[in-house]
Design a protein around this ligand. Structure first.
Ligand SMILES: NC(=O)c1ccc[n+]([C@@H]2O[C@H](COP(=O)([O-])OP(=O)(O)OC[C@H]3O[C@@H](n4cnc5c(N)ncnc54)[C@H](O)[C@@H]3O)[C@@H](O)[C@H]2O)c1
Ligand SMILES: N[C@H](C(=O)O)[C@H](O)COP(=O)(O)O
Length: 349
């Protein structure tokens, strides 16, 4: 069996996510397709017994083997799915949330981050978490994106500003504000936040994703980008000065553009990434155009992190109906990003 060697010969660390969702399903499907698709080696942070049960439920006949250290993963990957077992309980409950699994879900993320920062894995790919299930168990971070930045800051002793990028074949989008209520968006949107987000986006598009001169289309906030101040004032007061500041420092940004007309095919040819003002302004077009291929990437971190764009889809867990395409795209993109970094991501920041 021929499986593509991973960048720097390090495996990717794949976190299992919410066990009652489709994370295990799409990870197992990706593993099953590894040789046919030439996927890079990955290990999973998960409960091997849970994965065995899920594979059986899905009718997949796969070898799944617990390992003690990530170094065993590369040689094992052609024969069996290497799994670093979790210390916390993570039981198979397709479609049924259980907050008792929260510690295991978080443990997988924590350990994956440490493995990358220690130079033992080349990047992390996260399967989806159920945010509310983790909140109910005391998790105080809105999502992976913000948690990963806080975790890296705690480990490395310096702050990181995470930027969410939804990277798809037809459209890539960044939401400037992320997991906040819509009513908070105008309060939290500042010229400084837009500029800081755009700087990280432009830098990481250049350094990590291979765009030599990234073009950033900046959306407005209000209908018709505020109609020159007649329908809302943030577009002129907050967003336009950010675009001017970015252009003054040599970043190819333009806008504010009306959000309703910046995503049609011809408009999309004019930019590499759309910088949008709030979560759904970015994620609705990205997921509508290419739900199965789009990848969620966190920029601004001292490590490579990707994720499928979909959520836990617990209605599909264990049924065999979950499509693994976005997980496969996330694995491929993480490997390419790690390869571009040319070394374990811990030294790439
Ligand atoms: N990276 C992450 O951790 C992440 C990302 C998005 C959503 N979530 C979480 O997932 C949970 C559910 O969110 P949601 O219902 O809004 O979105 P969802 O993506 O889980 O589901 C939306 C719809 O798409 C379908 N779907 C999703 N993935 C699919 C796949 N691979 N194949 C076939 N159909 C698929 C689902 O069945 C559902 O009909 C929430 O708790 C949310 O916070 C987590
Ligand atoms: N906002 C993302 C989406 O809807 O696809 C999702 O919630 C994932 O966020 P994290 O990667 O931060 O968990």
């Amino acid at each position: 069996m021929s499986v593509a060697a991973g960048p720097s010969l390090l495996p990717l660390a794949l976190t299992v996510g919410e066990p009652s969702g489709i994370g295990p399903d799409v990870a197992l499907a990706a593993f099953e397709a590894r040789a046919a698709l030439g996927l890079p080696p990955f290990l999973m942070l998960a409960d091997p017994a849970m994965l065995h049960r899920r594979a059986a439920r899905l009718g997949l006949s796969l070898a799944i083997e617990a390992i003690e250290a990530p170094e065993a993963a590369i040689d094992l990957f052609p024969r069996a799915l290497p799994v670093l077992p979790l210390a916390n309980r993570h039981e198979e409950t397709p479609g049924r949330l259980d907050t008792a699994n929260a510690l295991g879900t978080i443990e997988a993320i924590d350990r994956a981050v440490r493995l990358v920062l220690e130079g033992r894995c080349c990047g992390i790919v996260t399967a989806p978490i159920d945010k509310k299930a983790l909140y109910d168990a005391g998790f105080r971070h809105p999502g992976h994106t913000e948690y990963l930045a806080d975790l890296c800051a705690a480990i490395l002793g310096r702050p990181f500003m995470p930027v969410m990028l939804l990277a798809g074949p037809e459209l890539s989008c960044v939401p400037v504000t992320i997991h906040i209520p819509l009513s908070e968006v105008p309060k939290q949107l500042t010229t400084e936040l837009i500029v800081a987000t755009a700087r990280i986006t432009a830098r990481d598009l250049r350094e990590r994703l291979g765009f030599p001169e990234p073009r950033l289309a900046v959306s407005g906030l209000n209908p018709h980008a505020g109609e020159r101040g007649a329908i809302g004032e943030e577009d002129e007061r907050v967003i336009r000065p950010a675009v001017e500041a970015l252009r003054a420092e040599g970043i190819d940004a333009f806008g504010p553009l009306p959000g309703d007309t910046m995503f049609h095919p011809e408009a999309r040819h004019g930019y590499d990434v759309a910088l949008c003002m709030y979560h759904d302004q970015a994620l609705i077009p990205a997921k509508t155009l290419a739900f199965d291929e789009t990848v969620n990437v966190t920029l601004g971190l001292p490590l490579v992190r990707t994720s499928p764009d979909h959520g836990t889809a617990s209605n599909l867990a264990g049924t065999g109906a979950a499509r693994p395409a976005s997980m496969i795209a996330a694995i491929r993109l993480a490997a390419r990003m790690a390869e571009r970094a040319g070394r374990p991501a811990s030294t790439a920041a």
